[in-house]
Unconditional design. Structure first.
Length: 274
């Protein structure tokens, strides 16, 4: 099976599609299946041969290459989205609604326009929907999303200098906790471990299982150990290199590997009165 990557928005995620029936190249404009019907997209990743068993669910298909009529309709939709956003912003201000509009999406067939917004409270937007439906003569849906979805829709660059993960390959937002940062010995500075959305960075979850597995055999910080240079206390771990910094009883600090230490025995502790 040939699998191609399709984008529907410049700042949108790349979706995998079955393109077995077509010969496609990068930047080709296509009509592809979506949950709400055929939509206009473009090839953002070249086709690759993949085993169908790799995908747990049946894959949506590229329907056909877009023709001139499709592209003209897509262009009209873009103009409509810009006009819808302009009008919606004006109505939000006019009606003093506590909401922030972040995006507008028009279906290819013109059957619906979705307005995405964020708000810290519930919003009574019935009058707004009525005004928009009257102006555009189609179904209007107001969809409230969270701050992570806001970052996903707007796009941008993360602290790493790469495009947001949520805009490129993440399919779902996974739970992220401060404990994950602690497991990786990261400084618990909100500015360093938070993304542009203000929430903990999604990438904190990528390597936490590896760190948890690698630190299982390392003595915890504060543990008494014995080295070739004497006994002391572990004051720092370097999980990746499997080394520890030990403060010796004589006052010196040394760095040692896991194979260069052993835990201090009960008898040794007792003899020292510890």
């Amino acid at each position: 099976m040939k699998v191609v990557g399709v984008k529907f928005r410049d700042h949108g995620r790349i979706y995998d599609y079955d393109s077995t029936e077509f010969t496609l190249k990068e930047r080709d404009i296509v009509i592809a299946e979506t949950d709400h019907g055929p939509e206009l997209g473009f090839v953002a990743r070249m086709p690759l041969e993949r085993d169908p068993a790799y995908f747990p669910k049946p894959m949506k298909k590229v329907i056909r290459l877009a023709d001139q009529q499709d592209m003209e309709q897509g262009q009209r939709n873009l103009f409509q989205e810009r006009e819808a956003k302009r009008l919606c912003l004006a109505k939000i201000e006019e009606q003093s609604l506590p909401m922030k509009l972040i995006g507008v999406e028009s279906f290819l067939d013109g059957s619906k326009i979705i307005f995405y917004f964020v708000s810290e409270s519930r919003v009574d937007f019935r009058a707004l929907v009525k005004d928009l439906a009257s102006a555009f003569k189609t179904r209007i849906e107001m969809r409230q999303v969270g701050v992570r979805n806001e970052a996903k829709m707007i796009g941008g660059l993360g602290n790493c200098g790469r495009e947001f993960c949520c805009c490129t390959f993440l399919k779902e937002f996974e739970p992220v906790s401060v404990k994950m940062a602690k497991e990786q010995n990261l400084a618990l500075n909100p500015q360093k471990i938070s993304g542009a959305c203000g929430r903990l960075m999604c990438c904190l979850a990528y390597e936490v299982d590896t760190y948890t597995e690698m630190r299982k055999d390392l003595p915890k910080v504060g543990k008494r150990v014995v080295t070739a240079q004497g006994a002391g206390k572990v004051i720092q771990q370097n999980i990746i290199s499997q080394k520890m910094r030990v403060a010796l009883d004589e006052g010196k600090e040394i760095e040692v590997g896991l194979d260069e230490i052993r835990e201090e025995s009960f008898f040794e502790k007792y003899r020292k009165g510890k």
